[in-house]
Structure formats: C-alpha cells, structure tokens
Design a protein around this ligand. Structure first.
Ligand code: PLP
Length: 358
C-alpha cells in the first residue's frame, strides 16, 4: 500500500488532515450550517427552466466573466455596488483561495484570529502562505485594540476577519473592521458567509468598500440562500481587486449550469430568503433554552449556536447526541460544541436529546 509518506508531498502539507465534517447518515444533521429547508418549488421550477436553456449550448464554454450573474449579485447586495465590484466562483472558499493566490502565497503572511473558520489556515497552507494566528480572547471576542496590535506586530499581506464568526456565531462590531482596514498594510478579507442571519442592527463591511480599496467582503449562497449544493460564492470589493483576481482564476471556472442556477435563484431571492426568519427563530430558541439550563452560550448572529457541553465534556456529549440520532459539530474547542439551527422539529430533536444529558 502506498501512503502519503511515500509521495513527494510539499513539506507544509505533511501531517495535515483534509477539511471534513463527517457526512453521516443520521436522522437529524445539524453539523454543517446548511439551511435545513429545501429550495422552494417556485425557484426549483425556474432553475429547471434555466438549466434547460443552457444544456443545448454546453458545447460552448460559459461566459468566462459571468457578467450577468455578477450584475445580479451586485443588485442583491445594494450599497451602490455594480457588477464591476463583484466576482463569483464555486463557493466562497474558491474566492478566498483566489485572494490568497493573488495577494499572499510563498514568502507572504496571512493573519487570522482563531477560533474562526478552519478553512482559512487550510487555504493558506494550500497556497504556500505563512499563517499567523492572532488568537481571540477566552470570551471569543475580538477587540479593535487586540486586532490592531496583531496587525502591527505581523504586518500581514492579508488579514482574515469573519463576521458573524464561525464557530462562535457573533458578528464583529464594524469598528473592528474599520480599525483593521485603517492599519493593515495589505488586504483585509471579511468573510460574511452568515450575514443574512445577523440580529437586527448589525452593520456589515459592505458599507466600507467604497472607502477602503484593499477591503474585500466574501459572501455565499450556501447558507441563507439554501444553495450549498449549487456552489456559488462571491466577493465584493473595489473593481481593481476584481481585476487582480483575474490573474489567478481558472478560465471558464464557473460552469454555465452554475451561473444559470444561481441567476434563477437570485430571481427568487424573496422566496429563498423566506426561511431566514424561521431559522433565526430556532436559533434564538436554542440560545434561550440552553441559557435557561445554565449552559454557557455565545451570542449568535448566524444560523448556528456555540454552547458549552454539559459537564464540559464535549466529546462525550457529541457522541451521546449522535447515539440519539442527532449529529452536531465538535469544532475542536475543548468543552464547546456547535449546533446548526434547523427546522422546528430538528431543533426539538436536538433540545430533547441534549436535555437527557443534563
Ligand atoms: C459555510 C462557510 C462558508 C461557505 O463556503 P462556500 O464555499 O461558499 O460553501 C464560508 N465561510 C464560512 C465562515 C463558512 O462557515
């Protein structure tokens, strides 16, 4: 048997494990922050029509610049943005990889603040970028003072912020993004995958793009839009940033089918986002119920909740929930677990199973 050790692997990839939440066949799956609601029928019908109209033309390459889709995405975002401010790819993970390929890479440094999205350091490693962990405080908060101090110390080529932060769930105050954008010598990437779920009053970094040409916001249709399987992520930034990522993007990276499905979905934005309020209701129900039981719970602006496992035994609680048919996420933070807010029934199944462990 050949193992990875027998292959001439790049040194920085040795000993790494691939990103991977278990895809187990369990009744209640609340471990990857998908939207539990299926795509609404009206949108499905529109997507089928859109797909039908591109299938005959699959002998041709798709629109390499995805102009129509980018225009639709800009209209969705608002803030005076146009298609020139937007770039789209197969998930926001690909967008972030392109940003690292463009602005970081070998001999350059990316700074992040863990616990945060585990893909950021993996993408850094995959692009040969040196990863520096600025860490968050014990309360998982990220203050402007701390972030700025780490930026000054590290002088990174690229900074990753995540708001609402995964796995903790809390959105960053806009002052933190502003302070980092003022200080950072390189690019500042704000991963806003969960923006649509934020609590009322949350202000997002989209509002800062006109002011900071090195600020990039990444978004996705994988979460609120219930389109994780469609693989569509995008960025909003100064048009020069969009021009820059053209240097590394693969030609024709976004299939005609992906572009057609995403555009059909955007034409039904209201229907697709109609589940967001229902999901937020279940999220708030989880937060309140767990706090009522005396468990520590992080404030959530996302479609998931980070909570302290009963007795601090995250591994044991994760397994005990799985034994009861409920799959949640052990994010590798000792004592803590993350659960996605699903349908009312899924939430009830999770809460009932957890209550049995108390
Ligand atoms: C789920 C998630 C994404 C989404 O990635 P896609 O490639 O767009 O599916 C991005 N960032 C964070 C923090 C996430 O949790």
């Amino acid at each position: 048997m050949t193992s990875l050790d027998d292959l001439p692997l790049r040194d920085e990839l040795r000993g790494m494990t691939p990103y991977g939440a278990p895809q187990l066949d369990v009744a209640v799956r609340l471990n990857t922050n998908e939207n539990s609601y299926p795509v609404p029928e009206a949108a499905v019908a529109e997507m089928e029509k859109a797909l039908g109209s591109v299938l005959r033309d699959l002998n041709r390459y798709p629109d390499r610049d995805a102009v129509a889709l980018r225009t639709d995405l800009a209209a969705y975002l608002g803030h005076g943005l146009t298609g020139k401010n937007v770039w789209a790819a197969n998930g926001s993970n690909e967008i972030q990889q392109e940003l690292l390929q463009t602005f970081a890479g070998p001999g350059r440094v990316a700074l992040g603040f863990t616990p945060s999205y585990s893909m950021h350091p993996l993408l850094a490693a995959g692009t040969g970028t040196t990863w520096v962990d600025g860490r968050r405080g014990d309360d998982f908060a990220l203050t402007a003072e701390h972030a700025v101090a780490k930026v000054r110390e590290t002088e990174p080529d690229l900074v990753f912020l995540c708001s609402p932060n995964n796995p903790t769930g809390t959105a960053l105050p806009l002052e933190v993004v502003e302070a980092v954008a003022e200080t950072a010598p390189g690019m500042v990437v704000v991963d806003e995958a969960y923006a649509e779920f934020a609590r009322a009053g949350t202000v997002f970094a989209l509002s800062l793009i006109q002011r900071y040409p090195r600020l990039v916001v990444t978004r996705t249709m994988s979460k609120a839009f219930a389109l994780a399987g469609g693989r569509l992520g995008y960025l909003a930034a100064d048009p020069a940033v969009v021009d820059a990522v053209q240097l590394v993007r693969l030609p024709y990276h976004l299939s005609a089918m992906t572009q057609a499905v995403a555009r059909a979905a955007l034409a039904h934005t209201d229907a697709l986002l109609s589940t967001v309020d229902a999901v937020k209701e279940q999220r708030d129900r989880i937060v309140e119920t767990l706090r009522g039981w005396g468990l520590p719970v992080a404030d959530s602006d996302a479609n998931f909740v980070l909570f302290g496992a009963p007795g601090g035994d995250s591994k044991g609680a994760w397994q005990a929930l799985l034994d009861r048919g409920v799959l949640i996420r052990d994010v590798g933070l000792p004592g803590w677990l993350r659960v996605t807010a699903g349908t009312p029934d899924e939430t009830s199944a999770f809460l009932n199973a957890l209550e049995e462990l108390l």
